[in-house]
Unconditional design. Sequence first.
Length: 211
Amino acid sequence: MKAQEKSLGELLRQAGKITSRQIQVALADQKKTHEPIGKILVRLGFAGEQDILQVMQGMMVLTFKTAGEFYGIETIRVKEVLKYTPFQPSSQELKAWDGTLTLRGETLPLLSFRRIQGLEPPPVLKGTWFIVLEKSGHPFVLWADEVQEVTRFKMEQIEPLPPYLFGKRSELFLCLGKVKDRLYSVVNTDKLVEEGSFLPPSPEVDHAFPS
């Protein structure tokens, strides 16, 4: 196996795209087929072509800050970024969420990143931010203290997530991005909310974020 292919598998693992076990399975497959490792990973469904292109070019992330810590979300997951505006507090029907935000005629569920961390709401609401994301075609809003900038983590700046860092909450993060003396935890947006927590959209409202 070529050295650069070994690096590709390791980069994908560091970026949280595949697991060590998936690399082992792909390597075993390669012994039989002699295909490039990237092609095998895509064929087996372990990684997408976009994942491979992304780690080769570096990871583009929207960085944000909450409770003094730094985080990132892959820009391909971000639909929109908004400054804070008053929202409707959560009802019993949406107890998994912190409230709802009406955006261009559609009501989107809203989730506080502080609550995910077990923290109190921000002391000052003005100046906080909303990040519009999507899971399985369902748009939702992540509430963060401060959105910063879009930055690229180069390949050498991406580190695997140490299992001891977040303990049981490790699944919420893909990897770490290290820029100078600052460490960013890259959020796995698919793990923020459960599929069943979304309410079916109202039939008379057009979907605001078509895929």
